[in-house]
Design a binder for this molecule. Structure first.
Ligand SMILES: Nc1nc2c(c(=O)[nH]1)N[C@H]1C(S)=C(S)[C@@H](COP(=O)(O)OP(=O)(O)OC[C@H]3O[C@@H](n4cnc5c(=O)[nH]c(N)nc54)[C@H](O)[C@@H]3O)O[C@H]1N2
Ligand SMILES: Nc1nc2c(c(=O)[nH]1)N[C@H]1C(S)=C(S)[C@@H](COP(=O)(O)OP(=O)(O)OC[C@H]3O[C@@H](n4cnc5c(=O)[nH]c(N)nc54)[C@H](O)[C@@H]3O)O[C@H]1N2
Ligand code: SF4
Ligand SMILES: [Mo]
Length: 741
């Protein structure tokens, strides 16, 4: 019997499903929370089994330090481990300057941790060299959102709007596997006779739901979107009044689209023209319509332009900033949205401020109590930072990522990591990257500490501490505090509090007035409901519901808030930091659920058309490497698999890597189901069993990237970077297939 139930959120993806942690005698368990509107009690297999990773059988519970005598990682005391990290970083800084120390963060870290990590890099280490794995995730959509709308919040509307629109174009998202509880929004859409168009080189379980599935060659979404825009113009389907009143730059974008003839687009994408035309009609006939992108079109060396092309299509047809319509990006990691707002990104200060903006520097420097001139400038992007390891960047502190498995051209990056003078990794498990560290610091997990995350909807959520962490682990915030004390003589640790509530209060002040303004959000307000959407400045307007552009969800939201309040009161939470002064419902829990209804976040309030033209992938198939490789996910494993590969039931469902290929390609190469296949690219070679399916294009193979070793997909991938977002081209490169000798 469990005696306590604490409401919180899943440790994995950006849907941030609500769950209760059940604790008491025996191992903790989780259950879906019916009162959280997004998942309404549903959890995918990863969420359901999340408590398994809390067990000390699979996690780290003591620090490890590499012994000079044996060359192995050996258990050590916290004092010795922290001393060794501070020593490793100081030594590097003294010998090679502050920029020789790098920091690499993660989009799974809470807002508090992401904020503290960015601050730590800039003022404790004084380095510009910080970036994070979110660069590999939604950075192209973020860049395109900034250009077009002046603001980057993945979804500018809540998920609950999806079933109420009339047509959705879903580009390169396999949410049936990557966010299973969200599939319900599409089923509800269809039940209401809404139309679903899915664009994916594979007929995925998501594409199976579609009224129309277009299967372009990988890396050709840019041409596809331009071809659709061409047809919209040619068929007189532009929303001229909207374009005139709410946008700028149409003439050039129109000209660029008109240069992409449908016949050319058909040849480049492999999508038959009648199907392209059908998609255009379905989309433009709909009164309300949305375009949603995920990693398919974004993880390309032209991801920013590709997303831009889809936004242009949405703008030309008058969608963004109108009810039940618009463009959105389905962000991926647990705190993928918040993790990109508060300063662990190379060019960024908290509140989504720019590190190069003098006013932003002055504001944040004041909150931090430092001289603005002491703040370093922008650093390298994630891949460029990893590629500089052992060269310009000689020591690295890594928190919340496992690049040995997840970085592109992974064998090369693994070599770079091995060539570091010093590596410290803070993780919950001994990941493949932690195995290479000089010091490994074991940290507390999601259910053991309080913090906030911001979901793909821009909804800020409170994760509550439900359990006492095991002896031997510390929190990421405690680690930064302890390191700050060791790196400076003048009590620098005072600037790195260990209480998440204190960090959040500081984050609120640092974000005040910035694009991602959290100043009106408090733990109390979050505890009272699950419905605070940023921007949420500390002013009267954002304290009252239903003002102006806040949309029309009053009734549902007050119901939620009331329920959650009673819920919080009923739980004997063990947290010392939560400050759950369970406010009675005061109607102040909305912030801004819907953006842009009156104006866009650009200086003149108009959305900006950015003209784009098609270009090929950085690496196209040729005689030597004749097949496209694309990569992605399966439902039962999460990311580099560091956490989920430690859960037996998930391993049973998805035991290892595979190469998905069309039976026709398999026959041509003499490959049968289950045969080992070697996939060879210019970067390396990976071997995994063949999985034959007619749901993939015959010119393309697919590999999930969740496993290390011989079947590591990222041994093959191309690190060609998008010029704006610095996103690597995970979704397309050229390979050949061989039978291993
Ligand atoms: N089970 C599970 N769920 C997850 C995660 C996980 O690791 N496992 N990770 C989370 C994170 S961080 C993220 S970012 C999201 C990602 O969520 P998704 O974007 O849904 O996941 P992917 O499988 O990477 O890619 C989606 C689809 O893009 C298709 N695709 C490949 N190349 C192209 C192309 O050139 N064009 C188009 N249009 N499509 C293409 C692939 O076939 C694939 O079906 O998932 C989140 N949820
Ligand atoms: N080929 C290919 N490669 C890809 C992609 C693809 O589609 N194809 N997708 C890319 C994308 S979208 C992403 S988001 C990346 C993700 O790839 P990674 O950055 O490797 O992500 P995770 O596997 O989630 O790694 C998180 C690590 O942090 C640990 N951890 C979890 N919570 C905490 C915490 O609170 N504190 C600390 N200190 N550690 C914690 C976990 O145990 C794990 O080891 O992969 C990218 N790589
Ligand atoms: S869909 Fe995402 S948030 Fe929901 S249970 Fe699964 S992994 Fe967790
Ligand atoms: Mo991601």
């Amino acid at each position: 019997m469990h005696s306590t139930s604490t409401p919180t959120h899943c440790p994995y993806c950006a849907l941030q499903c609500g769950m209760n942690v059940l604790s008491g005698p025996g191992a903790p368990q989780v259950e879906g929370r019916a009162d959280f509107p997004v998942n309404q009690g549903a959890l995918c297999g990863k969420g359901q089994s999340a408590a398994a990773v809390l067990s000390s059988r699979v996690r780290l519970t003591e620090p490890l330090v590499r012994s000079p005598a044996t060359g192995r990682l050996e258990p050590a005391t916290w004092e010795a481990a922290l001393d060794a990290v501070a020593e490793g970083l100081s030594r590097t800084r003294t010998a090679h300057g502050p920029d020789a120390c790098g920091v690499f963060g993660g989009g799974g870290l809470t807002n508090e941790k992401a904020y503290a990590l960015g601050k730590f890099a800039r003022i404790a280490l004084g380095t510009s060299q910080i970036d994070y794995n979110g660069r590999f995730c939604m950075s192209s959509a973020a860049a395109a959102n900034q250009k077009a709308f002046g603001l980057d919040r993945g979804l500018p509307f809540p998920l609950e709007d999806i079933p109420r629109t009339d047509c959705v174009i879903l580009v390169g998202s396999n949410l049936a596997e990557t966010m299973p509880p969200a599939l319900r929004y599409l089923t509800e859409l269809k039940a209401r006779d809404g139309k679903l168009i899915v664009i994916d080189p594979r007929r995925t379980r998501t594409a199976d739901q579609a009224d129309l599935h277009l299967a372009p060659r990988p890396g050709t979404d840019l041409a596809l979107a331009l071809g659709m825009l061409h047809l919209v113009v040619a068929e007189g389907r532009v929303d001229e009044a909207y374009v005139r009143e709410r946008t700028q730059g149409w003439a050039q974008t129109r000209a660029a689209a008109m240069a992409h003839w449908p016949e050319y687009v058909e040849r480049v994408t492999g999508v038959p023209l009648p199907r392209l035309r059908a998609a255009v009609r379905m989309f433009t006939d709909a009164e309300h319509a949305m375009i949603l992108t995920a990693r398919g079109p974004e993880q390309q060396s032209k991801g920013t332009d590709t997303v831009g092309a889809w936004i242009n299509l949405a703008l030309a047809t008058g969608r963004p900033g109108r009810p039940l319509s618009g463009y959105g990006c389905l962000t991926g990691q647990g705190n993928g949205q918040g993790g990109r707002e508060h300063g662990q990104k190379a060019d960024q200060l908290p509140g989504y401020r720019k590190l190069t903006d003098p006013a932003a520097r002055a504001h944040v420097a004041e909150v931090w109590g430092v001289d603005p001139d002491a703040l370093p400038g922008p650093g390298r992007s994630a891949y460029e930072l990893l590629d500089a390891l052992g060269q310009d960047v000689r020591a690295l502190l890594l928190m919340g990522s496992n690049p040995v498995v997840s970085a592109p051209r992974a064998a090369h990056i693994e070599g770079r990591i091995r060539s570091l003078d010093f590596l410290a990794v803070a993780d919950v498990v001994l990941s493949e990257t932690a195995e290479l560290a000089d010091v490994v610091l074991p940290v507390a997990q999601w259910a053991e500490e309080t913090g906030t995350t911001t979901s793909l909807e821009g909804r800020v959520l409170l994760r509550r501490r439900a359990l006492t962490p095991p002896d031997g682990v510390r929190t990421d915030l405690q680690i930064l505090h302890e390191l700050a004390a060791r790196l400076s003589a003048d009590s620098l640790e005072k600037k790195f509090p260990t209480d998440p509530a204190e960090v959040f209060d500081e984050l609120r002040r640092a974000s005040a007035g910035g694009p991602a303004d959290y100043s009106g959000i408090t733990y109390e307000r979050l505890a009272a409901g699950d419905a605070v959407f940023w921007p949420c400045p500390a002013d009267a307007e954002h304290d009252t519901r239903g003002t102006g552009d806040n949309g029309s969800t009053e009734s549902t939201q007050s119901a939620e808030s009331t329920e959650s309040t009673s819920d919080t009161e009923g739980t004997a939470s063990t947290s010392d930091t939560e400050g759950t002064a369970s406010t009675t419902h005061t109607g102040n829990t909305t912030g801004t659920p819907r953006l842009f209804l009156d104006r866009f976040a650009t200086p003149d309030g108009r959305a900006v058309f950015v003209p784009v033209t098609h270009r090929p992938a950085a690496e196209e198939p040729d005689a030597e490497y004749p097949v496209h490789l694309t990569t992605g996910r399966v439902v039962a494993q999460y990311q580099s698999g560091a956490q989920t590969r430690r859960v037996p039931e998930l391993n049973k469902a998805a035991p290892g890597p595979f190469v998905e290929l069309h039976p026709r390609l398999a026959t041509r190469l003499g490959i049968a189901e289950g045969d080992d296949v070697a996939v060879v690219s210019r970067r390396g070679r990976a071997v995994a069993p063949a999985r034959l399916t007619a749901t993939i294009r015959p010119d393309t193979v697919f590999m999930p990237f969740h496993w290390p070793g011989a079947g590591r997909a990222n041994t093959l991938t191309n690190p060609a970077l998008d010029p704006t977002s610095r996103m690597p081209e995970f979704k397309v490169c050229a390979v050949r297939l061989e039978r291993p000798a």
